[in-house]
Write a protein that binds this ligand. Sequence first.
Ligand SMILES: [Fe+2]
Length: 188
Amino acid sequence: MRVELTAWATELAARWLVERLPRRWTHVQGVCERLRVAGPLFSVDDVDLLAAAGLVHDIGYAPDLAVTGLHALDGARYLREVDAPERLCALVAHHSAAHLEAGLRGLADELASWADERTPVRDALWWADMTTSPTGEVVTFEERSAEIQQRYEQGDVVSTFIRVARPELVGAIERTEARLRAAGIDYV
Ligand SMILES: [Fe+2]
């Protein structure tokens, strides 16, 4: 496995999350573990890219980086500032149906600086994020979505978002799990 990008992203994610957001860092570790399981589906370069994306996908929650309130956008903007590869920025910008939350927050135009690549790589990142709990355990999408709705109040943008985003999120999860099953990979 090539690890150039992964090594760079590990350092970056650790810098912003380990002390400031330890719980988020635990979630990130779990997401990376999921992505390692899916690794055999992808080329060496894509495995490196996906590992990096898993590490930095939530970096926009770091208090010093949170500007707009949409963590996917704040993360992508920061990554662009530090010269991350364009594809990595775009994966982070659009992870887990962020365009729908961007719409709810009036930030759709800002997010549109990046294109959603709509590939198996992107689906795998969404799958890993949406089947990993805040504390890093493997969960079903139903459990993940119930936990998010519990954590945010009824009427909060995130709570509305997780309902609206359901078909897109489930689509990415089902496509990824079909690919994993076809490859004989045990992902549960
Ligand atoms: Fe996440």
